[in-house]
Design a binder for this molecule. Structure first.
Ligand SMILES: CC(C)(COP(=O)(O)OP(=O)(O)OC[C@H]1O[C@@H](n2cnc3c(N)ncnc32)[C@H](O)[C@@H]1OP(=O)(O)O)[C@@H](O)C(=O)NCCC(=O)NCCS
Length: 194
């Protein structure tokens, strides 16, 4: 998948699938994140080995990663992860990470739209987002996008500073999410998104 998108302010970006060859661009992107944004991520994204292994996981067909590029520079990444376990095969977990200069410019919503296309193609019926409690922006984005079902597991995960944090899980049916996002973009031809 490769497509051009325009942010509300007219900035043009390219969204495309990520591959192993994008490791350098990813490391540069992760290195540019603020310590506060990095703190609540589930992995130390500055650890090259971990990030390489994460990219390699795409080979198994359960993890899908896309990136938004300005020219050659990666400015955001997003992922759809399908669980290996059979009891959760109906689910897809989405994750979005936007670089500081591109936050609050509508890119998170655009990347979610792409992830829904991917989810539809992978026959996912329930989409979940896992976040740490302090990731308030992400929770607001999810709420705006129609994730109304929220569960909280107190003191369940450890942030990158070693502090225990509440895990917030938001979920919604993929069809309901598609309807919700059409309120912002108008009718989307979901089967044509490629
Ligand atoms: C949270 C994040 C994904 C949001 O993406 P984004 O491109 O900045 O968000 P958008 O511009 O698409 O915003 C859509 C809506 O989300 C909400 N939102 C986004 N960022 C917010 C923030 N910092 N504070 C409060 N609400 C926020 C708002 O409702 C916003 O709509 P509005 O601008 O009309 O008020 C992005 O800022 C990010 O990656 N942050 C750091 C890491 C992180 O928390 N990742 C999430 C892991 S699942």
């Amino acid at each position: 998948m490769i497509k051009s998108v325009k942010l509300q302010d007219g900035t043009e970006l390219t969204i495309r699938d990520l591959a192993r060859q994008d490791l350098e661009a990813l490391m540069e992107f992760f290195g540019s994140l603020s310590p506060e944004d990095r703190r609540y991520l589930r992995n130390d994204v500055t650890n090259r080995k971990t990030m390489e292994q994460r990219l390699n996981l795409m080979d198994f067909g359960y993890h899908f990663r896309i990136g938004a590029f300005q020219g050659d520079k990666l400015v955001a990444e997003a992922a759809l992860e399908l669980p290996f376990e059979e009891w959760r095969r109906n689910q897809g977990e989405v994750r979005v990470l936007i670089g500081g200069p591109f936050q609050r410019r509508g890119l998170g919503m655009l990347l979610l739209r792409e992830l829904y296309c991917l989810a539809l193609r992978q026959k996912v019926d329930t989409v979940v987002i896992w976040m740490m409690k302090p990731q308030v922006g992400a929770q607001n984005l999810a709420r705006k996008m129609g994730f109304h079902d929220v569960s909280i597991l107190p003191d369940y995960v450890r942030d990158q500073d070693g502090q225990m944090q509440d895990l917030v899980i938001m979920k919604s049916g993929v069809l309901a999410l598609m309807k919700e996002i059409e309120k912002f973009y108008g009718e989307v031809d979901w089967h044509a998104c490629s």
